[in-house]
Structure formats: C-alpha cells, structure tokens
Design a binder for this molecule. Structure first.
Ligand code: HEM
Ligand code: CA
Length: 276
C-alpha cells in the first residue's frame, strides 16, 4: 500500500488512507524500516495506549512489497457478504458491482469468524468518506471511540433509527444507526445479523476479555500474512501494556434498551431476506 501508493491509492476502497500513508512513509524512510513493519509496529504501539486493547505482539523484519496489489480485493461497506451481484442503490440510482466480502477474506486466509474478531477495530474507528459531509468527519462507529471495548458489537445489534444529523442521509454503504452522531456501516449491520457471523458477533458483545484476546489472535495472523515467522525478530517486549478497560462489559447507551436488540441466529441468510 505504501510502496505502490501511486497505484493503490487510486482504488476506491482505499479512499481516505492517503493521510496515514503520507505520515508513515517519511517516518519509515527516516528510521530505515520497511513499510510493513511501520504499519504493524505502529499498530502495536498505538493500541498499547488504548483502554481495553490487548497487548499485541510485534514482529519486525518484513521485506517491502515487490508489486502492487490488484484492485477489487478490499471489501467496501456496500458489498454483499456472499454473492456478487449488481447492487441497486435507491437514493443515487447507481449500480455497483458488489464484492463478496467472505470470499475476499477467504482469499487472504480468513474465516468469517476471524473477520468478526478483526472488526473489534471498529470499536475505535470513525468515518470520513462514506458520508463526506463536513459535520460527519470523524463520526464514530460506537459511542466510545477512544476505548477498545465491546460497545461496537452491542450497538450494531441495536435497531437502527436514523441517519446522523448533519449528514446527507442514506449513502452507499451506510445504514441507519441507533444513536445521534453515530455512524453505521451497512456491512457491520449484516455481520451482526447473518447466521454465519451472528454468534461470533454476540460473543464479542458479551465479553470484553474474549473480544480483546480474539482480536489479538486474529491480528497476529494478519500481521504475519505472507511472512515466515521464524525469519522475523520478535520485539514484543518493547510494547507497553494497554490501560485496562473502563467497563467490565458493554452497556446500553442512554435511550436504548434490550428490546432494541435485533438478535439473529436462525435466519438462513439475513442478506438474502432483506434484499441486500
Ligand atoms: C468487511 C470488512 C470491512 C469493511 C467493509 C470496512 C469498512 C470501513 C469503512 C468504510 C471505514 C470508514 C473509512 C472512512 O470513511 O474514512 C472503516 C474505518 C476503519 N476500519 Fe474498517 N472495514 C472492514 C474491516 C476492517 C478490518 C479487518 C480492520 C482492522 C483490522 C478495520 C479497521 C478500521 C479502522 C481502524 C477504521 C478507522 C479509521 C479512522 O478512524 O480513520 N476495518 N472501515
Ligand atoms: Ca469503543
């Protein structure tokens, strides 16, 4: 991504990544480490400051990429979970060829369960490009964007009620959220309700400690993708210990309650039933 940014930053799915690339590249160049090491080591150092996050391993010594990744491998929030089909978007009347998210993750060796585990990252995440309205710059995916916690898993299970004020409403890849100012990705809504991922999603909603350690395992795998672990140096000891989680478990934000939970287990495939 950094090595071949001239090519890869033009891919639609990478919109918004340019900022961190322009920060990490000069940093990696000045200290003489590869871009892959800068990304994974930076993630471990960054998360060590976040309440509730796991203490990540830090392996270093990756070589730089030798060619650009092809386009259409990174899922977008408007993509379907399984099938490739033309997704009509009611508001803009545009047609988009949808990727099959589970298949693209499988290409990289990740199961739907591991994808859910990686999505703990959306507990400390916000959007800028799905709805580019200035008021929604940094609109978070859960009510606690500075905590690595189970909130995103609980809150995405709540019934959506409205699009955030100040935004342009139903954007491609956007879904109604349950809280003012909160932004929901359509793909996250589907993961929480599809029978292949709903149980893993609920397990993460119910347990802060399992959510955190699940992420650590899946992220270690992600950080070693395409690498031989024995050829890398384990520098994990220099990574600090993150502060403990502020809450032992997820809570219902003000104005929400258990009756708003859309719990899914039995549906054959939520995306089929709801027409996505
Ligand atoms: C199906 C898979 C996924 C989809 C469709 C998806 C989609 C998105 C979108 C649309 C945004 C907002 C980008 C913007 O508007 O600026 C976002 C933010 C983010 N995502 Fe994902 N994501 C997925 C998986 C992941 C995974 C596996 C990780 C990490 C391992 C991750 C980490 C993040 C982070 C950290 C942000 C926040 C960036 C920021 O706050 O600037 N996502 N994601
Ligand atoms: Ca959070």
């Amino acid at each position: 991504m950094i090595m071949f940014q001239d090519v890869e930053l033009k891919y639609a799915a990478n919109e918004g990544v340019d900022f961190i690339v322009s920060f990490l590249q000069p940093f990696a160049d000045s200290v003489g480490i590869s871009y892959g090491d800068a990304i994974t080591f930076g993630t471990a150092v960054g998360l060590s400051l976040c309440p509730g996050a796991p203490r990540l391993n830090a392996f270093v010594g990756r070589p730089n990429a030798t060619r650009a990744a092809p386009d259409k491998t990174v899922p977008e929030p408007q993509d379907s979970l399984t099938s490739q089909f033309l997704l009509p978007h009611t508001k803009r009347n545009e047609l988009t060829l949808s990727l099959a998210i589970f298949a693209r993750m499988a290409d990289a060796g990740f199961t739907p369960t591991e994808l859910v585990h990686l999505l703990a990252s959306h507990s400390m995440a916000s959007q800028a490009g799905v709805d580019p309205s200035p008021d929604l710059l940094g609109a978070p995916f859960d009510s606690t964007p500075f905590d690595f916690d189970s909130q995103v898993f609980l809150e995405v299970m709540l019934q959506g009620t409205s699009f955030p004020a100040g935004g342009s409403g139903a954007n491609l890849g956007e879904d109604e959220s349950p809280l003012p100012g909160e932004f929901r990705l359509l793909s996250d809504r589907l993961f929480a309700r599809d029978n292949r991922t709903a149980c893993d999603w609920q397990a993460n909603a119910l347990s802060q400690s399992a959510m955190s350690s699940n992420f650590k395992t899946a992220f270690t795998k992600l950080s070693l993708l395409g690498q031989t672990q024995s050829k890398l140096l384990d520098c994990s000891e220099v990574i600090g210990t993150p502060p403990p989680a502020k809450n032992a478990q997820a809570f219902f934000p003000a104005g929400t309650n258990h009756n708003m939970i859309e719990q899914a287990v039995r549906l054959q495939s939520y995306e089929m039933q709801s027409g996505y």
